[in-house]
Write a protein that binds this ligand. Structure first.
Ligand code: HXC
Length: 510
């Protein structure tokens, strides 16, 4: 018996060594942790239970029958993050470059199936040279099996991808279909075709980092949601994110203890909006003052900064925030900001996360670049996302809510539940100057008359009361009391239920 126990320990020890000490040292030399070190950091101490540690590949070509490392290049299993169940896989670059074989894929599929069945998030740590070249089409089939599960799991359990090394070719499409992608600066990259192919086909010379590094994907392509300095920071942030999310689409997000009075007044908010309607201010200040303990988990902070998306907690409960940012492009909506916010709204709606929308929007960004790029279709994504959302929705208009953008930003007409406005709000078709120049075109050469018309328009429309008179604004509130009003509104909506007509699925403008 003792021998058998020792044998088990020896086999486990061999599996834990992956591709051997030299390759582990090389991994550390690149500033990267090993697959197992990453699992240990991600999960609560001692909570990891491994699956399929002894699985080996079945390939017999190219001398592969003589190299059969236990585990086949991916560590899979389950554990807890702050006591809550998660499933995960972590690709081991020290074993055939973390490449995906038929059996490697089967291991990933097994834990994805369990995550879907048992209603818990799945986290994928990607560090792989792609399809296992020696296995050919069997490896491609393995990828497709993973893709199919990503699609099935979408909207059922949260899926988080962490890119911690190469992720190239068709392999990118598994993370691409998950809810969040995190990358590590300087050690991870994602692209469909690498720099060599790009050079051959288009003559462009580009490094892997420029083509698909963390900066590129968080600032230019928006493929990734956040970039971190190193593996340790990235994994700590995944833990923070998981804490905010429900385990699945039939549960509410966890309620955490909070030490911040929901009735807290913030007198400084009374002067947040500057006297001059064209002077910007930082919408993040409002977000930080509304959330419990000033904590804000921002998503896509580096992309389309004219809109802010992320999570706060109010009374310990997760709330998704979408907010125009007057500091960037005056907070207007454009292609990028509409896409960014639409995806976020849909995530919140899929996972029962209430949505708080903070509005200061002068309209859609004009220009050929926007029209040729399809701002009609992309703007419609955000409109559609809000209009189909059935989670509790609270909207606060701080200043401008002009034109179509007023409608889009969770207006009453899109079934938002509470629509508040600050006294500084201006709900109108457009700004006073633009409106005057159109309806009093004949007086354009008379500055005095134009000034008077502009003043008249401001007096009539540059306020929240015209909308409030019609019930489009439920209440004009004191800025200082916003946290209290929003907290009470969400508390009253905890049992919200909305019936929608049967359909197979919608046809959101993609
Ligand atoms: C088998 C692989 C491998 C692969 C790397 N290795 N990629 N083995 N299949 N795809 C092995 C290497 O042989 C090497 O083994 C070890 O992993 C480390 O690789 P190195 O090249 O030494 O490391 P590095 O210099 O860091 O370069 C990493 C790399 C490079 C950039 C990922 O290995 C590379 O370009 N690999 C091939 C990438 C590729 O073309 N993959 C297929 C893409 S198509 P030893 O024994 O020396 O340690 C694809 C399609 C998916 O993925 C389709 C889904 C629909």
């Amino acid at each position: 018996m003792k021998d058998i126990l020792e044998q088990l320990e020896q086999r486990r020890e061999a599996a834990r060594m992956g591709g051997g000490q030299a390759r582990i040292d090389a991994q550390h030399g690149r500033g990267k942790l090993t697959a197992r070190e990453r699992v240990d950091l991600l999960l609560d101490e001692g909570s990891f239970e491994e699956f399929d540690m002894f699985v080996t590949h079945r390939c017999t070509d190219f001398g592969m029958e003589d190299q059969k490392p236990a585990g086949d290049g991916v560590v899979t299993g389950w554990g807890t993050i702050n006591g809550r169940l998660v499933y995960l896989f972590s690709q081991d670059f020290t074993v055939f470059g973390g490449s995906l074989s038929e059996t490697h894929a089967q291991k990933i599929c097994k834990i994805m199936d369990m995550a879907i069945q048992n209603g818990a998030p799945v986290i994928g740590i990607n560090d792989s040279g792609g399809a296992r070249i020696q296995e050919g089409v069997a490896s491609l089939a393995g990828y497709a099996e993973v893709f199919q599960r990503n699609i099935e799991a979408s909207g059922v359990i949260p899926q988080i991808s962490v890119i911690m090394g190469p992720c190239a070719g068709g392999a990118v499409y598994s993370p691409a279909m998950t809810d969040f992608i995190f990358m590590v600066k300087d050690s991870s990259y994602m692209f469909v075709t690498g720099p060599d192919v790009v050079k051959t086909v288009t003559n462009e010379v580009v490094t892997a980092e420029e083509l698909g590094g963390a900066t590129t994907h968080t600032r230019k392509s928006s493929v990734a949601d956040a970039a971190f300095e190193n593996d340790v920071e990235a994994l700590a942030e995944v833990r923070r994110l998981v804490d905010l999310l429900p385990a699945n689409n039939r549960q509410k997000p966890p309620v955490r203890p909070f030490f911040d009075d929901p009735n807290r007044f913030e007198p400084s908010l009374d002067t947040l909006v500057p006297a001059n309607a064209n002077t910007p201010y930082d919408m993040k200040e409002l977000i930080l003052k509304l959330g419990d303990e000033g904590d804000f988990y921002e998503i896509q902070a580096e992309f389309a900064k004219n809109i802010i998306t992320g999570f706060i907690r109010i009374e310990g409960r997760t709330v998704g925030v979408v907010a125009n940012q007057p500091m960037v492009l005056a907070g207007c909506l454009d292609i990028d900001s509409s896409r960014k916010a639409a995806r976020f709204v849909r995530f919140c709606d899929a996972f029962e996360i209430p949505i708080l929308t903070l509005v200061d929007v002068p309209g859609f960004l004009p220009g050929t670049g926007q029209e040729f790029g399809g701002v009609i279709k992309h703007g419609a994504k955000l409109l559609f996302a809000y209009g189909e959302a059935t989670v509790p929705m609270v909207t606060v208009i701080t200043r401008k809510a002009y034109g179509g953008a007023y409608d889009v930003m969770a207006s009453k007409h899109l079934r938002s539940d509470f629509n508040y406005a600050w006294p500084t709000a201006e709900v109108a078709v457009m700004g006073a100057k633009g409106a005057t120049e159109i309806i009093h075109r004949k007086d354009l050469n008379d500055p005095e008359k134009i000034a008077k018309h502009t003043k008249d328009y401001e007096d009539r429309f540059a306020n929240p009361f015209v909308a409030a008179e019609r019930g489009f604004i439920d209440e004009v509130i004191q800025p200082r009391s916003t946290r209290k009003r929003v907290a009470r509104a969400f508390a009253s909506l905890r049992n919200k239920k909305v019936q929608t007509p049967w359909k197979k699925h919608d046809n959101i403008p993609l």
